[in-house]
Design a protein around this ligand. Structure first.
Ligand code: FE2
Ligand code: FE2
Length: 187
């Protein structure tokens, strides 16, 4: 009944967002599985994927879903949830920003990924258990909003796959430069 696509090929907003949540949870699980003993590069690539996916997801929620929910939910209902969600997105972005800057050799790197995953879990639980049910019983046009979300997501991902790969290479190159500097300065 609430499939991601309906007969006309449309996209349900809530199902699209929930699909994103499941995908990111899966990436975090993959990280848990490989973190002991994996090459730095593999960990970094996975974390870049997680950060990119979360960033796109947060952007489409902030630009399209949250404002639509604010409008669809009458009066005070759900407004506090939306305020909280906006603050939680800020915290998520702070953690993501710090992880993107950190080298995988940082002793707190794995802890940073773990804290991010726990924070995401908490935020997702609130969206799925509190916000989405309210939105579902509102008069939001889930198909129309879903299509807007899908369209913006596609556009952001198209621009991001290049930057994230460059970003990852950029960080790698930066580390190589730094370790070169260390070697030189130790002589
Ligand atoms: Fe969110
Ligand atoms: Fe979400």
């Amino acid at each position: 009944m609430f499939g991601l696509t309906n007969d006309s090929g449309g996209t349900n907003a809530i199902e699209l967002l929930k699909n994103d949540h499941r995908m990111v949870e899966d990436l975090f699980k993959q990280y848990e599985d490989i973190k002991e003993g994996a090459e730095d590069e593999a960990k970094e690539e996975l974390v870049a994927q997680i950060c990119d996916a979360l960033t796109v997801h947060a952007q489409i929620e902030e630009a399209i879903f949250y404002p639509a929910a604010r409008q669809a939910l009458q009066q005070e209902e759900g407004q506090d949830l939306l305020d909280e969600a906006a603050v939680e997105h800020q915290t998520l972005k702070d953690i993501i920003g710090r992880l993107e800057m950190a080298p995988t050799s940082d002793p707190l790197y794995d802890a940073g990924v773990k804290v991010l995953s726990e924070y995401v879990k908490h935020h997702v639980r609130e969206e799925e258990n509190e916000l989405f049910p309210k939105v579902r019983s509102s008069d939001m046009d889930l198909q129309a909003i879903g299509e807007q979300l899908a369209e913006m997501k596609k556009r952001l991902e198209g621009g991001q796959s290049r930057t994230s790969r460059n970003g990852s290479r950029g960080r790698q190159a930066q580390r190589e430069r730094e370790s070169g500097d260390e070697r030189r300065s130790s002589h």
